[in-house]
Write a protein that binds this ligand. Structure first.
Ligand code: MG
Length: 240
């Protein structure tokens, strides 16, 4: 009996101290976004006054930027995510990316990265060229919240572009949400997110909720184990 009690006590302790991460699913049955042949990316140079985050030379604008590999004007994700040294709120952003030409996995394991505004709100980057995954997790989705309007992914290894307008959320001084974040995004010049009202952070394991945070926070580029390439990254802060 004593032995049984000891076992139960140990088991309870283990259960209480172990965190099991379980995937959260919205339960929404999305329709498959139509596949549209991906056009050439939009290669917009930074406008006057823009904050250039990567111009092909170095990743000095990012914490951990030295861990990514810069070569021939292109940076390749490696080892860890990077976040801007400067915090940002509402902004217009341009970024060009290429998922690996060599396909080595499938689903979420194939060409995964992401642009995570304020370190909270992710516009997914994934190789969704003939690669099925859940629709609200495919390339161009606001992760776990909204699929892209269309799948305009180009082939693995081909350059693509995102042009994004992100409007930051606002909180009152008690931490209550007074204005949710919003996002409009174009991939290779095609509209994929139309002024979507973001429901909160975009975690894998939790339903989206808002947690009050400063008006400006670093922007994060995700490392998810895949060597995604990037070039021509800039943003422009906007009045909101
Ligand atoms: Mg991602």
């Amino acid at each position: 009996m004593l032995r049984t009690r000891m076992f139960m006590l140990c088991l309870t302790t283990v259960m209480a101290t172990t965190v099991f991460a379980v995937e959260w699913k919205s339960g929404i049955l999305w329709e498959r976004p139509p596949v549209v042949e991906g056009k050439m990316p939009v290669l917009t140079p930074p406008p006057a006054g823009a904050v250039v985050l990567f111009d092909g030379k170095d990743m000095s604008q990012f914490d951990n930027g030295e861990k990514w590999i810069v070569k021939d004007g292109v940076v390749t994700a490696d080892k860890t995510s990077v976040s801007t040294k400067q915090p940002f709120g509402s902004c217009r952003m341009h970024i060009e990316f290429a998922t690996p030409a060599e396909v080595v996995s499938q689903g979420q394991g194939r060409g995964n990265s992401g642009v995570i505004f304020m370190g909270e709100y992710e516009l997914q980057i994934l190789d969704s060229y003939q690669n099925d995954t859940y629709f609200d997790g495919q390339c161009g989705s606001i992760y776990k919240q909204n699929p892209p309007m269309r799948n305009v992914c180009r082939k693995p290894g081909e350059w693509q572009s995102y042009d994004i307008t992100f409007v930051a959320p606002k909180f009152d001084d008690k931490g209550n949400l007074v204005r949710p974040a919003r996002m409009t995004a174009y991939q290779n010049g095609e509209l994929i997110q139309n002024n979507f009202e973001i429901k909160g952070h975009t975690f894998w394991h939790m339903a989206p909720t808002y947690t009050a945070h400063p008006a400006k926070k670093p922007l994060l580029l995700q490392y998810h184990g895949n060597p995604i390439q990037f070039r021509n990254i800039w943003l422009e802060e906007i009045e909101d």
